[in-house]
Write a protein that binds this ligand. Sequence first.
Ligand SMILES: Nc1ncnc2c1ncn2[C@@H]1O[C@H](COP(=O)(O)OP(=O)(O)OP(=O)(O)O)[C@@H](O)[C@H]1O
Length: 613
Amino acid sequence: MISYLRKCLFVLGDKKKYLVPLTFSFLFVSLMEVFGIGLIGPFLSLATQPEIVKTNSFLSILYARSGLPSESQFIACIGIFIILIFIFKSIISWNAQTYVFIFSFQLKGELANKLMNAYLNAPYTFHLSRNSATLIQSITNYTYTFGHAILIPLLNSIANVIVILSLTLLLCATNLMAIVAILALLLPCWLLFAYSKNKLSYWGQEVHEANESMIRIINHGLGGIKETKVIGCSSYFENQLKTQTDKYEKASGSFFGFKLLPRIIVETFLVIFLVGFISLFLLLDQDVQQLTAILSIFAVASIRLIPAISNLMGAISTLRNSDYVLKKLYLDLKELEASEENLKEVYGKHSDKFEAVSKSTGLVLADLPESIEPLEIKDSIEIEDIFYHYPNISESAIAGISFDIKKGESIALIGKSGAGKTTLVDIILGLLIPQDGDIKVDRHSIYENLANWRQSIGYIPQSIFLIDDTLARNIAFGVSDDRIDEHRLQQAIDAAQLRELVDELPEGLQTEVGERGVRLSGGQRQRVGIARALYHEREVLVLDEATAALDNETESLISEAINALSGTKTMIIIAHRLTTVKDCDRIYTLEKGKIVKCGTYEEVVLGEESHSD
Ligand SMILES: Nc1ncnc2c1ncn2[C@@H]1O[C@H](COP(=O)(O)OP(=O)(O)OP(=O)(O)O)[C@@H](O)[C@H]1O
């Protein structure tokens, strides 16, 4: 329980300060309920035996001071007072519970934003080890579960424990027999919980794992709808989904069935006790006055105690069932925090740089400023003895690479598949942080200003990611409509050879491209990617096989456009088609994470071809 609470507080973060007022309001409401119920018994006694007004010293003083003409009027006034207390309690209780629900929804929203911020700013390596279905599940589902199936049941449990304890004390003060009755009511529930403790967590885990798998399977089946249809494997995904929905049904059915048990058990035992006591009294020919006292205990118990016990049991079941979600949220947030620590370790030797790195990568979950100035390159970019290995892999993907790029130069990276070209580019893009070495701009480490460095770099990957939105929004990716620069947009369209397409489309730039750009051809998608990089006017352009998907004519047009940029932009090009890099100033051949050859196109490519002849 302590560890459960610790995790809860960690996930709550800053919001934990609201727990104290929330707990107090729950406590207040609970105590008001106990007080209200505590007044009903004496009021009933008073109504049936009005002479108590005179025999009870407190009531007799009150009656005398009230100036009321008759005892029955005095008792009626007490009744009105009790009604007012109940109305007051109900209003407070409704307000407190509404506040908790609002708080819980706010918490869901804030947690979802916090997770989105954390995932977006998490190191790239975090995403290399995560499936997007897990992250979607965390942001949309787990945040709701945290508010509604962890926080509210937790507060409810605290309130119900207080109600149960207070009522138990109240009843015990009236009659010791009550202790036996209450223990007898609690015992079977307690045994049931002790027996099903692990089952509850297991069902919760099954439900959430099945949910996560369902998102993944739907993504796979519908995401690759073309392949699914052509190969004819829709039944494969249907069967996979069926397995998960079965798992989901079974686990949720078991859990909801179990949740009903405490109330049923408690009610059954209450009836057994009630009927048992009455029968026993009749059989033993006991005093009827005593029987009335015991019956009133059961009456109170059934009004407030039984619901409190079954609510408590239900809340504990929900808390146990949500164990898996709490663990997941806690571990994700912890891991993101640990990434910050790892960076600290990597940059331990430049600890002064760390603050800047963590700030600019957003690992501290701090909000980045709205606009970040790009890093100006005056002279050159220096890649200095870079070493990089992927997490949990001992072999280096990049093993000591150094070279300089002068401002305005174009360089090409070539080499066999798996040589380390993409890894090197990811390091240059600032996505992967090398374990050793540095990248400098004009002799200053980019890690001092990583966010500014990222603003200087444009990236055109092999396959462009398009959002399900308009052409304009896909080109000015990540820029709100009111900030889109029309002139730059038109220039980028011309330079990326998209003008013909835009003119042909009835809705022009407002044409919806469909999910992942399904309404565009592969070549058109690629040109949108190029236009995007050009729109953002970055000083350095990284092209990863950017023209590979284009036909010869478009490729040569785009290559022309790209070549026209040489001298004004610094370019790093990964290419398999060697003809695309013939105009580069230098070509580096990579092998097993090292540079094995460097020179002009004639020296590296033609030299190699003539050598092999
Ligand atoms: N996420 C990853 N986790 C572990 N190892 C990886 C990961 N990505 C790449 N690698 C490994 O790092 C090495 C370099 O891969 P990289 O993708 O940089 O090669 P590449 O030259 O770009 O290949 P290609 O031309 O096929 O894209 C390879 O051995 C690869 O298996």
